[in-house]
Design a protein around this ligand. Structure first.
Ligand SMILES: [Zn+2]
Length: 129
């Protein structure tokens, strides 16, 4: 398979994953609304449990949203034709790396350099992609 084919595969995977997350997100949203309705019920006694579930669902929705954002960013990079290109050296990021980390924007070498930079620097430690 050529690199272009491999990238197309990753694109399809990301699009499928995006749809799956969005429908999961809808489900989470419904659960959360159902929970809120329940909480308004004065007869509802399991308040602490409801709050925990509420928190768990909100956190889940948040991480689903974040993943969709990452996927959208990757798809945008594909549209611009720069997906799989290292933002630091401009070289190709290996397919193996992209398959494992489709949101990677750096080649392995630059990612580890970047990580070192971040540890030494003042930047906040955000995960290196
Ligand atoms: Zn690089």
């Amino acid at each position: 398979m050529t690199r272009a084919d491999e990238l197309m595969n990753i694109r399809n995977l990301l699009q499928r994953r995006r749809r799956a997350i969005l429908s999961a997100n809808e489900g989470t949203h419904r659960e959360l609304s159902a929970l809120k309705d329940q909480e308004r019920d004065p007869e509802y006694e399991e308040q602490a449990q409801a709050e925990l579930a509420d928190y768990t669902l909100s956190t889940l929705m948040e991480s689903q949203r974040r993943e969709v954002m990452l996927i959208d960013a990757a798809l945008r990079r594909m549209d611009m034709g720069v997906f799989g290109e290292c933002v630091d050296c401009g070289g190709d990021i290996s397919i193996e790396r992209l398959e494992a980390l489709p949101f990677a924007i750096r080649c392995e070498e630059d990612a580890s350099l970047h990580e070192l930079d971040m540890r030494g620097g003042h930047q906040q430690s955000i995960p290196t992609l």
